[in-house]
Every structure is written in structure tokens, then in C-alpha cells.
Design a protein. Structure first.
Length: 84
């Protein structure tokens, strides 16, 4: 869709509304990735997946304000798990 917009000189539209070209590549040797693969039914897996995704995105570009707020809240929740 983005290529078609360029071809037809439709520069007034926001190309990000069609999604990006990002590809998430995970290191299969990473212990968190291995945990997720081996514990798919764990109640911790969705939080770990969101955290891994946000960490990957932070290394790529700044998170939007609402995404950063969720990331910080989730980070605090993860840290509280260790404090108990």
C-alpha cells in the first residue's frame, strides 16, 4: 500500500496507518525466549512477550507516550514480583 501511495503521488496520507516494515527477530538462545517457548500456558508469558517486544522497539525507536506508560507500569509490576 505504501508503494502504491508513492507511485500515485499520494503524499498527503500517513503511510504509517498501513503498518510498518518491522520484523521482530528473537534470539532462540535467550533464556526469556526459551522460557516463553517452553511455558506457553504460563500466566507470565503474555507479560514477558509484551516486555520483550517493547524492549526491542525501544532499541529501534522511542515508544509513543501511552506505550511508554504501559512499559513503565509493566516494568514496575515485574520488579514487584521479585520483591515479594
Amino acid at each position: 500500500m505504501q508503494e502504491m501511495m508513492k507511485m500515485y503521488n499520494m503524499y498527503g496520507m500517513d503511510p504509517s496507518m498501513f503498518g510498518g516494515d518491522e520484523t521482530l527477530i528473537l534470539n532462540a538462545n535467550n533464556k526469556l525466549v526459551q522460557y516463553v517457548a517452553g511455558h506457553k500456558d504460563s500466566d507470565k508469558v503474555p507479560m514477558i512477550c509484551e516486555q520483550l517486544y517493547d524492549l526491542a522497539m525501544i532499541s529501534h525507536k522511542p515508544l509513543a507516550p501511552e506505550e511508554m506508560t504501559k512499559f513503565i507500569a509493566r516494568s514496575n509490576e515485574i520488579l514487584m514480583m521479585f520483591a515479594n
